[in-house]
Write a protein that binds this ligand. Structure first.
Ligand code: FAD
Length: 493
């Protein structure tokens, strides 16, 4: 491949490019030693690894723009990376790419409590936003379980969700405006500081675009008032179906909890082994966590109704947490669920399918059948309120062929979700993991339309190539591949 040529370290053209990057960022803003580059060879989907040619660590929008301009000029592939916690291989480097890491863009630039908004750089960690405003009675609603480590830039690119997204919506509902560096190096402002803007919703388009349209360098977020009252209720059941029926009945009763999560027996035992909450009964087939928030009178009335609904569905015990400390204790196990899977098994692979709530019992049974058919244990943890499943397939990567089987099993689970009327991803994105499954959900015209949109921003295909769209590629990508082929004859290569 011709691009490789410029990444030959002895090549004078390549060294000249590295010097240009160093002139923009300083020597400590460019990582080129092979051992240091190892840190960046994968994201949270560790089964795939690729070392980037170079890592750059900008601090400002202008620095990002200058780097991207050089990449555009010399047709260098690049990939944006936030904290690298993504679970779909979105920040996985591609061959010979420059990885643009936003870790040093970690400033909260503005806090405007009166207008309920905060402006941040993309490397700001999700949880820092709430920490910065909680003293004044505000919070930032989207709360992925990785919120103590993942970046807002990554949240924007993945349109991340979390426990509170049932009631408050995912990241896209909380982003008012963005400063972007698009792949030709131009700086663009989309959206603004108020929710409704005329014209195309380019903010909405960018959120969830997985680094294929450019890099967000400043993000204006909506913050919310902390609710007057919050209560968490934990109910345990002898069947997962009973927990699922409770979810349907709670929503059916017109109650919209802030969050509703289910964990199955395998997950319960994994988190109790690791997080030792002593709150989750080890013999329960399922636990249901329901968070209610709002005015104190409303929460008081709803917690009574939710408890009644759970009891009607056969809940054995109901634990209530009204104070912050007990609430945290009840949530601790759920938040540690993925990490706990890593303690009970050498490796795990997490899927992220969505199904209609009404299909919960049937799909879980089918996942169980697949688990037996393939011979891998599957722990189930899910955002039950919005039907977002996270089956965790436990396996041992040192066993030859295990990963290939697990990957196939993951594909079958996703197919099951789509066939049930659901989706390939609820919050972790498509990345390089699920792009081959996109044709399960979209026809060629759908995919081509999306690729036309991508080509408007990323016409040379330099930004995060190979992500999101299926391989082998359909028409829009074919046009791009043709363009790339033309570069072969360019003088530089
Ligand atoms: C233990 C654990 C629990 C998790 N729980 C949840 C959960 O509850 N909900 C959830 O939604 N996710 C969850 N995730 C997944 C992950 O944390 C999210 O996808 C998160 O948003 C990724 O952020 P990041 O900063 O790590 O992004 P990265 O992994 O670095 O990048 C993710 C994608 O964003 C792109 N990107 C990064 N920064 C920018 C930018 N500034 N501009 C444009 N594109 C950019 C990258 O190219 C890549 O495609 C979890 C992950 C782990 C490991």
């Amino acid at each position: 491949m011709l691009l490789k040529k410029i990444f030959n370290e002895t090549d004078s053209k390549w060294n000249a490019i590295v010097r240009e990057f160093e002139a923009i960022l300083g020597k400590d803003g460019v990582v080129r030693r092979k051992d240091e580059l190892l840190t960046y060879e994968c994201d949270g989907l560790t089964a795939y690894r690729k070392r980037p040619a170079l890592v750059v660590l900008p601090r400002t929008t202008e620095q990002v723009a200058a780097i991207v301009k050089i990449c555009d000029r010399d047709r260098i592939l690049w990939v944006a990376r936030g904290a690298g916690t993504g679970l779909s291989g979105g920040a996985l480097p591609v061959e010979d790419c420059v990885l643009i890491v936003t870790a040093r863009m970690n400033q909260i630039l503005e806090i405007d409590l009166e207008n309920q908004r905060v402006v941040v750089q993309p490397g700001v960690i999700n949880n820092w936003v709430t920490q910065a405003v909680s003293g004044a009675g505000f919070y930032y609603a989207p709360d992925p379980s990785s919120q103590i480590i993942c970046s807002i830039g990554g949240n924007v690119a993945e349109n991340s969700g979390g426990v509170h997204c049932l009631k408050y919506g995912v990241t896209t509902n909380h982003v008012l405006g963005l400063k972007l560096v698009i792949p030709d190096g131009s700086i663009l402002d989309v959206g603004g500081s108020i929710p409704e803007m005329p014209g195309y919703d380019l903010t909405g388009l960018f959120v969830g675009s997985e680094g294929t349209l450019g890099i967000a360098t400043e993000i204006t977020l909506r913050i919310l008032k902390t609710p007057e009252s919050i209560c968490v209720l934990l109910a345990d059941f002898t069947s997962i179906e009973a927990a699922g029926s409770s979810v349907a009945d709670i929503i059916g009763a017109g109650i919209i909890p802030a969050g509703m999560e289910i964990m199955d027996n395998l997950s319960i035992n994994a988190v109790e082994d690791v997080a030792k909450t002593n709150c989750y009964p080890r013999d329960a087939e399922a636990i249901l966590l329901v968070e209610l928030d709002g005015l104190a009178v409303e929460v008081a009335a709803n917690k009574k109704r939710v408890a009644e609904i759970c009891q009607k569905n056969g809940a054995r015990n109901i634990t209530l947490a009204n104070d912050a400390e007990t609430r945290l204790k009840l949530w601790k196990g759920r938040k540690a669920a993925f990490a706990a899977a890593g303690h009970v098994s050498p490796n795990y692979f997490v899927q992220d399918g969505v199904i209609p709530r009404t299909q919960l019992a049937r799909v879980l049974q089918e996942i169980n059948n697949l688990s037996q058919q393939y011979g891998y244990r599957i722990a189930n943890v899910f955002h039950a309120g919005d039907g977002n499943l996270h089956p965790l397939v436990l396996y041992d990567n040192s066993v030859p062929g295990a990963w290939e089987e697990v990957e196939k099993l993951g594909g079958e689970i996703l197919k099951l979700c789509v066939e049930a009327g659901g989706s390939l991803s609820g919050e972790h994105g498509i990345g390089s993991d699920k792009n081959c499954y996109m044709p399960y959900m979209f026809n060629e015209i759908d995919l081509e339309t999306m690729q036309y949109v991508r080509d408007c921003f990323n016409s040379k295909g330099l930004a995060n190539p190979g992500k999101l769209f299926p391989t082998p590629r359909t028409c829009g990508e074919a046009a791009n591949a043709q363009k790339m082929a033309q570069f072969k004859d360019a003088e530089l290569y």
